[in-house]
Design a binder for this molecule. Structure first.
Ligand code: PPE
Length: 311
């Protein structure tokens, strides 16, 4: 996906809409040098009831929470960011799209303490299809265990979606791609499963579902939370604070990734070891179908997961 062939004209920046090409910052921006920023990734779906943002309140809450450890004081109220986002989607005529809010320390001085650097805020939106490809959603992906370990929350808070922290994900991604795998899976400092570079992990064994707990150095994924709820609604037993050892991966019946971008993506092999039948498993299929049914149809039971974008 390149921005080159994208038909979106504006970005909301610090309180106003600016031309896409003019949404620029100074090279001495604090956030650029030290990664002192926080961001979100959100999807707006073209549901049967019109465009609606999936779990907007939760994403917004996580943005404000992410900012806390860095003393980033977001200079807009949640309502203002909501209004800006809805207006952006409307004025660009988008129906389904990916939304990227970001807040970072801007330009004033360098030096690690952010001092008087102003908090800058931007929200962009653009069409973004299947993150790992349509084929990935149907047939699953091949992943490798990264040789890079996930930082512990005592090093960089992993429940904060911090821009700088993503170098860990970038390293793992580069390594996986260089070795011809579609995606990486990253272990935590203890050597147990943490998560993918941009996804949470779910494991299925004997009909029950396991996902790594919040103290395993993961992002508290909103798709993860949604899938836990969907699975329970479907009648599955879900262990949502699991510790998953590396060894358990290879003998799992099924594995899948969740994420805003990745949605529900089956994993068909780990380190060239086939998982289950080497394709999308039945439990994964059940949950994936329920997930897509919800985001496509916005059924009444899940109505409060959507923020409507009135035309
Ligand atoms: N872990 C990490 C490290 C992560 O970045 C994401 C989202 C998740 C788990 C899943 O969280 P959630 O989206 O709330 O279910 N990754 C975002 C960034 C992807 C990117 O390439 O950029 C996303 O999916 O939007």
């Amino acid at each position: 996906m390149s921005f080159d062939d994208m038909d979106v004209d504006s970005i909301w920046m610090d309180g106003e809409f600016v031309d896409w090409d003019e949404a620029e910052i100074h090279v001495l921006t604090h956030g650029l040098h030290y990664g002192t920023g926080v961001f979100e990734g959100v999807r707006c779906y073209d549901t049967a009831d019109g465009p609606a943002i999936f779990r907007w309140e939760e994403h917004l809450q996580r943005l404000y929470d992410s900012a806390k450890p860095y003393d980033i004081d977001i200079p807009f109220e949640p309502d203002e960011l909501t209004e800006a986002t809805v207006e952006l989607i409307r004025r660009e005529g988008l129906d389904s799209c990916y939304i990227r809010p970001i807040v970072f320390y801007g330009y004033d001085m360098l030096g690690l303490h952010p001092g008087d650097c102003p908090e800058r805020v931007a929200i962009a939106a653009w069409p973004w299809g299947a993150y790992l490809g349509e084929d990935a959603l149907e047939n699953g992906i091949d992943v490798m265990i990264s040789s890079w370990r996930k930082h512990a929350s005592s090093q960089i808070p992993t429940n904060s979606k911090t821009t700088g922290a993503y170098v860990n994900s970038v390293l793992a991604s580069l390594e996986a791609t260089d070795n011809d795998y579609r995606e990486a899976l990253i272990l935590n400092k203890e050597g147990n499963v943490a998560e993918g570079p941009g996804e949470n992990l779910f494991l299925i064994r004997d009909g029950e579902i396991y996902t790594t707990g919040l103290s395993e150095s993961i992002l508290d994924g909103i798709t993860r939370r949604s899938v836990i709820e969907i699975a329970r609604d479907l009648g599955y037993t879900v262990h949502d604070q699991a510790t998953i050892s590396r060894g358990e991966l290879y003998t799992a019946d099924e594995l899948f990734f969740t994420g805003t971008a990745a949605e529900v993506t089956p994993i068909r092999s780990v380190d060239d070891t086939q998982i289950g039948a080497g394709t999308k498993g039945p439990v994964t299929d059940d949950i994936q179908s329920a997930f897509f049914n919800i985001v496509e149809n916005q059924p009444a039971e899940y109505d409060d997961w959507f923020y409507p974008v009135e035309r």
